[in-house]
Design a protein around this ligand. Structure first.
Ligand code: SAH
Ligand code: SF4
Length: 349
């Protein structure tokens, strides 16, 4: 890894920033001013922070950096979603996606470089694990996405559904989520911030103890341990029963719905018997199911997406069984918008 000093100020919360700036003689209100420049106005160049004294600006420039990540490429999909590839100080690539819909502007952020969990259908899973992202690197993805669309047009929702498993980088993910949520930070409501996990039960248990009302999504994608063991090896460590108990406890504790993501894979998990089992599994859990069409992202793959007819039949069966269910229209197919895929496409060239 290259030497990445001087230290960065991006990603610090108010208390950390105050502490870091104290040796320069800066006061609490200076920390607030700097955070407002970063996260409300999108300015990270100290020389443009005109409400700080010249002397302080010079000291800041000498001692700190603010650029966690450098924008490498941006791709725009025909449906309006945008994907960016960012480079870390040690030359690694991170991807983040912006997904506009009628009332929302959702940012999909990465939490790790690669992933250890090796889900069979996932491009990130097949590329192995490099390292955790820092809280600053996670939050800076949002800064860059906001830069691209302009700061007058604010991002409203965050999903931690990019590369990596958030619950295996719990502390940095939570710090970033708190910064994104805080008034001095991006000021996005906790109810608009979703943390997605493949089923790391200790992470779910920790999240339910946190004071914030962050939303929990669980990538389920199978209705039996036999199938889930095969497509999501994390299931061998935390099988369905343990995972669903944690989901129920989370919902009871927080008084909230839990969101279940379910990728429809032809002949693997898309039968009507799966729909029936799924409704049974979720019987006592206040939940919403989000069906996701599989996105092969132009890779060779052992999986195929279920046909539109099968997707429709699966959806209708769940609906008839009283399960709250939606089908996610797969945004950004033409820019490989599923998890990990742009990076995989670029680095394999
Ligand atoms: N590791 C976490 C969050 C990142 S993955 C998790 O697994 O939940 C984000 C989402 O992308 C997950 O719901 C995952 O199931 C989905 N996903 C991964 N590969 C996909 C693909 N090829 N097509 C469609 N969705 C995919
Ligand atoms: Fe990791 Fe999530 Fe991809 Fe599974 S789906 S390999 S947990 S990023």
């Amino acid at each position: 890894m290259k030497n990445i000093s001087p230290p960065s100020l991006k990603g610090l919360d108010l208390e950390e920033l105050k502490k870091t700036l104290a040796p320069l003689g800066a006061r609490a209100f200076h920390a607030r001013q700097i955070m407002a420049w970063f996260y409300q106005r999108g300015v990270s160049d100290f020389s443009r922070m005109t409400d700080l004294s010249k002397e302080l600006r010079n000291d800041l420039k000498k001692n700190f950096r603010t650029d966690e990540l450098r924008l490498k490429t941006e791709r725009r999909s025909r449906d309006g979603s945008r994907k960016i590839l960012l480079e870390t100080a040690d030359g690694q690539l991170i991807e983040s996606v912006l997904i506009p819909s009628k009332e929302r502007l959702t940012a999909c952020l990465s939490t790790q470089l690669g992933c250890k969990l090796n889900c069979g259908f996932c491009a990130t899973g097949t590329m192995g694990f490099v390292r955790n992202l820092t809280a600053g690197e996670i939050a800076d993805q949002l800064f860059h996405l906001q830069n691209i669309i302009g700061w007058q047009n604010r991002i409203t929702n965050i999903v931690f559904m990019g590369m990596g498993e958030p619950m295996l980088n719990y502390d940095a993910t939570l710090s970033a989520a708190r910064l994104i949520n805080s008034h001095q930070g991006f000021n996005i409501g906790a109810r608009h911030i979703t943390i997605s996990t493949s089923g790391i039960v200790p992470g779910i248990v920790r999240l339910m103890e946190e004071p914030e009302q962050f939303k929990l999504a669980i990538s389920l994608s199978a209705t039996s341990d036999a199938v889930r063991d095969k497509i999501m090896p994390v299931n061998k460590k935390h099988p369905l029963k343990e995972l669903l108990t944690a989901a129920r406890n989370f919902s009871n504790r927080k008084g909230k719905l839990v969101f279940f993501e379910y990728i429809l894979l032809a002949g693997v998990n898309d039968g009507l018997d799966d729909a029936d089992r799924l409704s049974k599994l979720l019987k006592n859990i206040p939940a919403k199911v989000n069906l996701i069409p599989y996105n092969a992202g132009g890779r060779e793959s052992a999986f195929r997406s279920s046909s539109p007819q099968v997707q429709q039949a699966f959806f209708e069966r769940l609906h008839q069984l009283g399960v709250a269910v939606t089908v996610r229209i797969s945004k950004g197919q033409d820019i490989n918008a599923a998890c990990g895929q742009l990076r995989a496409a670029i680095t394999s060239k």
